[in-house]
Design a protein around this ligand. Structure first.
Ligand SMILES: Cc1cc2nc3c(=O)[nH]c(=O)nc-3n(C[C@H](O)[C@H](O)[C@H](O)COP(=O)(O)OP(=O)(O)OC[C@H]3O[C@@H](n4cnc5c(N)ncnc54)[C@H](O)[C@@H]3O)c2cc1C
Length: 410
C-alpha cells in the first residue's frame, strides 16, 4: 500500500492512537482538534489518574459482539504493548484496572504527544471540521474557517456527546447520516442519577459500600450492581450507580433499592434479632441510636424515617418487634425513587452512536463508503467503568490508523 494522506477529525483518545498507528505505517497524517489542546477527556479521566485499560473480561454494551471483534483475543496485552512502545509502564489494581505507573493522566498525554511529534504528525489544534464531502478517492474536509483540505482517507474520531465543555458533541452525525449510516440515538450512560428529595435529604456527601438493584415501579429488575455509592445534593453517584444509568427507562419511573448491609447478616431474622439486642444495649436513647456502629449517623436517621419510626420522643426500649423488622427492612432495602440522570453535561460516556454493523471491525472502515473510518465513542459501543472505554477508544483508533497493515516504527 502506498503512503496516503490521512485526515483525522478529533484529537482525543482514539484520534491520537489512529494518528500514531497511521504515521508508523508511513502515512502523512493531519490531526484536527477543535479545542486548544489534545485529549481533554483523557486529561480528566479516572479523576486525573487515567484508568487506561482493564485486564478482566470486557464489559461492553450497544454492540458488544462488534466491540469484542475490534478488541481481539487479548486486548489488555495488546494495550500494554502499545503503551510500552511509548515508554509508559502500566500498574494494575486488584480489580484489573490498569493505570499509568505515575497515576497521572498528564503522563499519558506526555507520551502520546511525544510520539505524535516524533512521527511528525501535522497537529492542528483549535481547528474544527465543519463538514465532510466525499470524493472519488477519499474526501474533502471543510473547516469552520471556510478552508478545505483533501485526504485520501478520513478517520472520524469525534467521540461521544458526554461533557460538551471537554469536546463532547455529535458533529459527525449529519455527515454519517448523509452517507447512509444509521445512528443509534445517544443517551448518557455512565452518569449520576437524580432522585426524589425525600429519600436523600440530609445524606449529601455520604459514601457507603452497598448493593443496588434498579427496578421499574412495577417491580421489573433493570440492573443490579454492588460497590460504592455517594449521596449528592440531587441524587446518587458512584461507580455502581453510574453503571445503572444506561438501563434507566425513558418513559417509566424507576426505583433504586439499596442494601446497606450486604453480606453482613445471613437473614432479616438475624438482623432483627441484632436490632433487638441493640435496643436492650441502648434502652433510653432515640431510635436512630439503635444503628450506632452499624451505619453512619445521618443514614441511621434516614433509615428510621423510611421505616416510619418516631425519630424522637420514644426510646429504643419502647420499639415493638414489628418496628424493628421495619428498620431491618429499610437497612437492607432502602428505596430511592429516581427522577432521571444528571444528563450529558455530567456523563462520563454516552451510549448510542454510529451503528457498528456498517463498519468493519478489522480496520473500522465504513462498509458503505470506503476510505472513511470511525473510532471510539462515536460508535455504538460503551463500556462499564474500569478502563473499558479508553481501551476500546485506543485499540479502535489503532485498527483504523493501521488499516490492516503491520505497524512499522518510522
Ligand atoms: C470525566 C470523565 C472521566 C472518564 N474516565 C475514564 C476512565 O478513567 N477510563 C475510561 O476508560 N474512560 C473514561 N472516560 C471515558 C473516555 O474518556 C472516553 O470514552 C474516550 O475519551 C473516548 O475517546 P474518543 O476518542 O472516542 O473521544 P474523545 O476522547 O472524546 O475525543 C474526541 C475529540 O474530538 C474532538 N472533536 C469533536 N468534533 C470535532 C470536530 N468537528 N472537529 C475537530 N475536533 C472535533 C473533541 O474536541 C474531542 O477532543 C471518562 C470520561 C470523562 C468525561
Amino acid at each position: 500500500m502506498k503512503p496516503e494522506t490521512v485526515g483525522i477529525i478529533g484529537g482525543g483518545a482514539s484520534g491520537m492512537a489512529a494518528a500514531i498507528a497511521a504515521a508508523r505505517c508511513g502515512d502523512r497524517v493531519i490531526l484536527l482538534e477543535k479545542q486548544n489542546q489534545l485529549g481533554k477527556k483523557v486529561s480528566v479521566s479516572g479523576n486525573g489518574r487515567c484508568n487506561l485499560l482493564n485486564s478482566r473480561p470486557p464489559v461492553y454494551y450497544g454492540d458488544p459482539a462488534f466491540a469484542r471483534e475490534v478488541l481481539g483475543g487479548d486486548p489488555a496485552a495488546e494495550s500494554i504493548a502499545f503503551w510500552q512502545g511509548l515508554g509508559l509502564r502500566i500498574r494494575f489494581d486488584t480489580e484489573g484496572r490498569g493505570y499509568p505507573c505515575t497515576f497521572l493522566a498528564a503522563t499519558v498525554l506526555d507520551v502520546l504527544k511525544a510520539e505524535l511529534c516524533r512521527l511528525r504528525v501535522d497537529l492542528r489544534t483549535g481547528t474544527e471540521a465543519a463538514d465532510l464531502r466525499p470524493e472519488a478517492e477519499g474526501a474533502r474536509i471543510i473547516l469552520s474557517d471556510g478552508t478545505e483540505l483533501h485526504a485520501d482517507r478520513v478517520i472520524l474520531s469525534t467521540g461521544g456527546a458526554a461533557q460538551p465543555r471537554l469536546g463532547g458533541n455529535e458533529s459527525a452525525k449529519p455527515w454519517l447520516e448523509r452517507l447512509g449510516h444509521p445512528m443509534i440515538p445517544v443517551r448518557p450512560a455512565l452518569v449520576p442519577l437524580t432522585a426524589e428529595k425525600k429519600a436523600i435529604s440530609g445524606l449529601s456527601g455520604l459514601r457507603v459500600k452497598c448493593g443496588v438493584a434498579m427496578e421499574t415501579e412495577a417491580g421489573v429488575l433493570l440492573h443490579r450492581e454492588q460497590g460504592e455509592m455517594l449521596f449528592t445534593d440531587t441524587g446518587v453517584s458512584g461507580i455502581c450507580v453510574m453503571q445503572c444509568a444506561r438501563f434507566l427507562p425513558d418513559h417509566e419511573r424507576a426505583i433504586l433499592r439499596v442494601d446497606f448491609l450486604r453480606d453482613l447478616y445471613d437473614s432479616q431474622e438475624e438482623l432483627t434479632d441484632d436490632l433487638a439486642r441493640r435496643a436492650r444495649l441502648f434502652p433510653a436513647e432515640n431510635p436512630p441510636a439503635l444503628l450506632r456502629g452499624l451505619c453512619a449517623g445521618k443514614l441511621a436517621y434516614a433509615v428510621c424515617k423510611q421505616a416510619g419510626l418516631p425519630l424522637r420522643g420514644e426510646t429504643s426500649a419502647q420499639l415493638t418487634r414489628d418496628q424493628l423488622k421495619r428498620v431491618a427492612g429499610a437497612l437492607r432495602d432502602y428505596r430511592i425513587p429516581l427522577t432521571g440522570t444528571e444528563g450529558p453535561e455530567r456523563a462520563q460516556v454516552t451510549a448510542g452512536g454510529a451503528d457498528c454493523r456498517f463498519f468493519r471491525p478489522e480496520n473500522m472502515e465504513s462498509r458503505l463508503y470506503p476510505r472513511l473510518h470511525a473510532t471510539g465513542e462515536l460508535l455504538n459501543v460503551d463500556g462499564d467503568c474500569g478502563g473499558y472505554n479508553l481501551m476500546f477508544a485506543f485499540l479502535s483508533g489503532i485498527r483504523a490508523g493501521a488499516n490492516g497493515r503491520q505497524e512499522g516504527n518510522q
